[in-house]
Ligand binder design. Structure first.
Ligand code: PLP
Length: 460
């Protein structure tokens, strides 16, 4: 479409630095002539760039590049960095303008509520919207069972502190897993039992033994687009895990932090296999929206209600009204659904590029994980190569990666795994980044020629 051509052309001028922050864009009239199109087409293109918070308009003057706009790192840039480290959503795809509009409306709509403390559980009208939205993720519940939290991390942290109806004490969790959950466990001093999850999935016999023998209060699982591996459990596995939990009276915390990015409409959450409360569903808005909003939710069984509300009250009374109100308007208007559609396309394209690049470039002594969407994947390096060593080496080449040590319990720790996030890496740079990682691995291996490496088969 013509307006997209104009968007691309302006983006090109901004990205290559011809148009710098603060510079004025060509006038509408100039572009109607250049593209032989109507004024409306140009306005639509500029409107799109405004929505992405790349340009802004000044009445009677024109359109300008936002001050402080950070260009994507370019291949040509001397210090161009390829950032596989940062884990927030793709900053160039965030709906700043739309959300700003929702915040303004929320101030109007909820100004009275802002003079007082509000419902600990979360804004009632937001919970109605959330219940509707959750249906799209196959989570069928009612507003009364939904609890708004200040980021899903808060739900995880608070849940660990609660007594559960099964009267049990210990925590079972996947290995590796989300570092924030491990940190919460450390803060609470809970006794833990890890179970490995990798390309081959999870060992259900082992999980059954753990449930049977160890007074397990809850099992924490990131059911799709796992952090850090990107792995998603199959429906069959999810159903079996729920059955085991029912048999051995274990609760499940299902952390569906990236569920919105799943374009497979047939993928069920574990919650769908037992909506009675055995599965506690936790959702984040940080990976598809703005992490700084600190918004998330949990679907809790009534048996946890009183204890949970006391814990939330003690933590921060309630999640801020302004962001809750804005999210409600964003959901209600349909803007969220449209945004998610774009995000799915964006990340599935990036994920496919990453997997192709892995296959093409990574040496056979490595194994890798990943998925068809989501942000994360891991590369396991041949022992005794250290992830931190590779991280340091790549930093000098302006490629940033994370090492995964903090994502393991002490008994499971691996120092040879790096985590990659593709959210901040431009599509055009993914292959080049992987190529440089592969080069780094080969280079470090060759420096250690005296060491005999255990060379495993390349797993696909
Ligand atoms: C698996 C997982 N769960 C939960 C969270 C916390 O997200 P939030 O920003 O909603 O607290 C993260 C953050 O990275 C995560 O990776």
């Amino acid at each position: 479409m013509l307006y997209e051509e104009i968007v691309d052309q302006m983006m090109k001028l901004i990205e290559e630095g011809t148009l710098k922050p603060g510079n004025r864009l060509p006038s509408i009239r100039a572009l109607t002539q250049e593209f032989a199109c109507s004024k409306n087409t140009v306005m639509k293109a500029y409107g799109e760039l405004e929505k992405r918070h790349i340009i802004y308009s000044v009445p009677q003057s024109g359109y300008y590049v936002v001050e402080g706009y950070r260009r994507r790192e370019t291949l040509e840039g001397v210090h161009g960095t390829i950032d596989f480290l940062s884990a927030g959503p793709d900053r160039h795809a965030m709906p700043y303008r739309d959300f700003q509009h929702c915040i303004n409306q929320a101030i109007e709509r909820y100004k009275e509520e802002m003079f007082t403390y509000s419902d600990i559980q979360g804004l009632g009208s937001l919970r109605v919207q959330l219940a509707k939205h959750l249906q799209e993720l196959q989570v069928f519940t009612v507003p009364d069972k939904i609890y708004v939290v200040s980021g899903s991390q808060q739900a995880l942290h608070l849940l660990l502190s609660l007594p559960f109806p099964n009267g049990k004490r210990h925590i079972c969790l996947e290995q590796p897993t989300h570092a924030g959950f491990i940190e919460s466990i450390r803060q609470h001093g809970s006794e833990t039992y890890g179970i490995e999850v990798g390309n081959e999935g999870i060992d259900l016999t082992r999980l059954e033994q753990l449930f049977k023998r160890n007074d397990i209060k809850l099992f924490y699982t990131v059911s799709r687009f796992h952090n850090p591996t990107g792995y998603s459990h199959t429906n069959e596995t999810k159903r079996k895990i729920v059955e085991l939990a029912q048999r051995y009276d274990v609760y499940i915390i299902e952390d569906d932090y990236m569920g919105d990015l799943d374009s497979n409409a047939k993928a069920d959450p574990m919650f769908a296999y037992d909506p009675s409360g055995r599965v506690i569903y936790v959702k984040s808005f940080s990976k598809v929206m703005l992490p700084g909003l600190r918004l998330g939710l949990a679907v809790l069984p009534d048996a946890l209600r009183e204890d949970y509300l006391r814990a939330k009250f003690a933590a921060d009374v309630h999640t801020p009204m302004l962001t809750q109100g804005a999210l409600e308007i964003y959901l209600q208007s349909g803007m969220f659904s449209a945004h998610i559609e774009r995000m799915r396309k964006l990340y599935s394209k990036k994920a496919a590029l990453l997997q192709q690049a892995f296959q093409k470039w990574l040496p056979a002594v490595t194994t890798y994980s990943g998925s068809l969407s989501g942000f994360y994947s891991t590369i396991e390096l041949p022992v005794p190569m250290k992830a931190k060593q590779l991280q340091e080496y790549l930093k000098h080449q302006h490629v940033l990666v994370d090492h995964a040590e903090r994502m393991y319990l002490p008994d499971f720790v691996k120092d040879n795994v790096i985590r990659l996030s593709i959210s901040q890496v431009d599509e055009d740079l993914i292959e080049r980044g992987v190529q440089m990682i592969a080069k780094g691995i080969t280079e470090l291996l060759s420096r250690r020629t005296e060491v005999k490496f255990v060379s495993g088969d390349k797993k696909r």
